[in-house]
Design a protein around this ligand. Sequence first.
Ligand code: FAD
Length: 455
Amino acid sequence: MVLGGSIAGLFAARVLSDAYDEVLIVDRDLLLGVEGPRRSCPQGRHINGLLARGQQTMEELFPGITDEIIADGVPTGDLAGDVRWYFNGKHLKQQHAGLLCLAATRPLLEKHIRARTQVIPNITFAEQHEVLGLQTSAGGARVTGVRVQRLESDEEEILRADLVVDATGRGSRMPVWLEELGYGRVEEESRKVGLGYVTQHYRLAKDAHFGDVSINPVASAEVPRGAIFVRTDGDRIEMTTYGMLGDHPPTDTAGLREWMRTMAVPDIYDALEGAEALDEPVAFKFPTTIRRRYERMSRLPDGLVATGDAVCCFNPVYAQGMTVAALGALTLRSHLHTGAAPEPRRYFQDLARDVIDAPWEMTKTVDLGFPGVEGERTLKVRLGQAFLKRVQLAATRDGAVTAAYMRAAGLVDRPEAMMRPGFVLRVLWKSWFGGQPAPTRASSAAHHIPDAVAG
Ligand SMILES: Cc1cc2nc3c(=O)[nH]c(=O)nc-3n(C[C@H](O)[C@H](O)[C@H](O)COP(=O)(O)OP(=O)(O)OC[C@H]3O[C@@H](n4cnc5c(N)ncnc54)[C@H](O)[C@@H]3O)c2cc1C
């Protein structure tokens, strides 16, 4: 039984369907046939980019799904070659790296993953069911199911299961349930980032992308505001802009336009000239990241594991959550292949080591680069930050550095790949002696420089 039928729950159900006779997905929301954002998934109104590794894993779990999504009108491009990245206000040189970027809105992406899950014969959905708590064997050593309540019913029901997978997201009750059962409180790590997101959709009056799929000025310590300005399904532009530590974007169209003037580069402000707003701006506040260290628990009941945001809620700016949810499903699959139920502590240890540690550490290093974010700046963190600055500078002059950086940021390569001596030397050389930043496709077009010359 999977609690939560969002992205993590769907990926988990997919791998469970190979190992169990029946898989039931329980969610409080209506899911089947839903096309737009859902009530219990407010992040669906904002950009939810799937990193390259997420796309690859999704395709492995649901072969052919990428083509189905593209056929639904989703623009695509290469994460390093077709995205106009700005770090510290400087344009990264673009070079294709074989990293497919699927620019789908979150509801459309989820709709496709759900449709492929729904046709798996041994998966069923219990929609509009609120999960109330766990059902356990006497003494609480084994979880045997959950207590649920159907929407608009006063009665509780018990649903039995051999294995319960908690995919209820950030608000997961699993820490409380474990404490009530006498297992103690799970250790939590969190960082206050005070992030405010605002999203609006547009139709532009003029081309601003010049073949790029997205324009992404990334927040830096100097300008702690950023944006993603992406061509998406429905022939629309989806713009999410954000500010850190309480410096949040306004929620009216005119104010938002002025806010875009304060970005490190003018591309998006200029692009919005004469643009038609298709909806009202929508806000979302993300106060803290959270990581629940189940792998450090000395005991856990049998028959219960968790995945997705229920275990780790990353800073959304780095777009890691859905990819980590997909990779978590592969970890779960590796614990199902013997035919025996997974051993929860071993599952959580593998999940932490193989899936969560690298992106968590990577983003911790970046978050702590903002002076107002609290946390210890160890020597390792400061060295990591200094090297990352060099990488970002070298990438403004060398497309191969951009490609390697995006392979790591896209979770295709482990971060260690950027520490190979040859690459480190290249980064140092280019960042010291590399020359001028590369022009964008937009500036090349303005000066009639052919793409082949502009690189
Ligand atoms: C503003 C924002 C932007 C983001 N941007 C990105 C991005 O660009 N890229 C990326 O990869 N990730 C992004 N993320 C993270 C991403 O949305 C999540 O990692 C992803 O949705 C996987 O989460 P999940 O399935 O674990 O949980 P959720 O998506 O939160 O789903 C939890 C599900 O559980 C159900 N549920 C919860 N409690 C109960 C209950 N008691 N009973 C029944 N059902 C219940 C809910 O209805 C819901 O369907 C972003 C997050 C936020 C907040």
